[in-house]
Design a protein around this ligand. Structure first.
Ligand SMILES: [Zn+2]
Length: 350
């Protein structure tokens, strides 16, 4: 399976000459994007743009695409930065080598794909897509099921333990705090500050998502489990009730599942996505339709089962995953373990 990621690299202190060439190439390209007139752009960049983006007049600035056949990495012991990247420009044979600072260490076992040149204020940035082939494990000894929570980002259950694991509690707090802050800033007419805060909230939530996904993948690694996710996209339109809207609005679940999938694949762990509909209403013990009686509590009128609602959802995903994974035939693992009284009690108390 191929996985890819983007390296964000800042072009770091280019010389006057290189800076000029970059500016030239970039602004000529913007003219080409707007008007279709070519005042000198490297031919392959132009061709890539025409091919990928179907050239038509646009008002907005576009990043300059750099074809990977003409770009190259170099690692040096230069005092400025060890990383250098060659990009082709019009009128300079062999292109130019640019010193770059990537946001993370570059692992050269990855293959370089296309790159894009951005200009922000006076700085140039190169976003480089790199990819790698990974092999996913085909045999697991347990299942790690995950449901989107209402109170927490994710509720997880391990088939071998059956103890609920709640992750990302802090997101609710962050959201609430920022909502409060926004209101105050609005009241006082501090709009510039308001704009700044928006980015801050996003970054804080993203940080939690990275931590949560890391924790989940480590858990799966330790227990040799395949990860099963409830997939919100699988919910049919008519099943999208209040709960769906609430979750979609308050939790960036797509981002979380993307992070989990990505990190899991890096470790060779498979991720199965399951349609999530009904998991919140179904009783995980008897399968009848139950109710969320109050926030965070699930109650079944049929068998009187009562538990944390997020946990109940994760249990449903776990139960359904057995069937699903066996059908696939790709994964083999130990038989289902019964839930003990103790873990059941723990599930109730959270
Ligand atoms: Zn029941």
């Amino acid at each position: 399976m191929l996985i890819s990621k983007t390296l964000r690299c800042k072009v770091f202190n280019p010389t006057e000459k290189k800076s000029q060439l970059l500016n030239h190439e970039y602004s000529n390209f913007q003219i080409y994007v707007r008007t279709g007139r070519d005042f000198g752009i490297y031919s392959a960049s132009k061709a890539t743009f025409d091919f990928r983006y179907k050239r038509k007049a646009r008002r907005k600035k576009q990043p300059l695409p750099l074809n990977h056949h003409f770009s190259k990495f170099k690692i040096t012991n230069h005092k400025l930065t060890p990383y250098w990247f060659r990009i082709p420009v019009h009128g300079k044979r062999g292109g130019i080598w640019l010193p770059i600072k990537p946001h993370e260490e570059i692992d050269f076992t990855w293959e370089i794909r296309e790159a894009k040149l951005f200009k922000r204020k006076k700085d140039f940035w190169i976003y480089i897509t790199i990819r790698k082939e990974v092999c996913l494990k085909t045999s697991y000894s347990s299942v790690l099921a995950l449901d989107v929570g209402e109170k927490v980002i994710a509720a997880a259950v391990l088939s071998s333990v059956r103890k609920p694991i709640f992750l990302g509690r802090e997101v609710r707090g962050i959201r609430r705090h920022h909502a409060w802050l926004r209101k105050r800033l609005q009241e006082r007419g501090l709009f510039k500050k308001l704009k700044e805060m928006r980015g801050k909230e996003k970054r804080r939530v993203e940080l939690v998502l990275h931590e949560v996904s890391k924790e989940i993948v480590e858990l799966a690694e330790r227990n040799n489990s395949v990860i099963v996710l409830g997939d919100l996209k699988g919910i049919r339109r008519d099943d999208r009730g209040k709960r769906f809207n609430r979750i979609v609005n308050s939790f960036p679940f797509n981002k979380l599942s993307f992070f989990i999938e990505y990190k899991a694949h890096l470790e060779g762990i498979a991720v199965v996505k399951m349609k999530e509909h009904y998991t919140s209403k179904t009783c995980s013990r008897c399968g009848e339709e139950g109710k969320r009686i109050k926030q965070g509590l699930f109650k079944c009128p049929n068998c009187k089962y009562q538990a944390n609602a997020d946990y109940n959802g994760a249990m449903n995903i776990l139960k359904r995953s057995w069937k699903h994974i066996f059908q696939d035939g790709a994964v083999a693992f130990s038989p289902e373990l019964p839930m003990t009284e103790q873990t059941r009690a723990e599930a109730h108390n959270i």
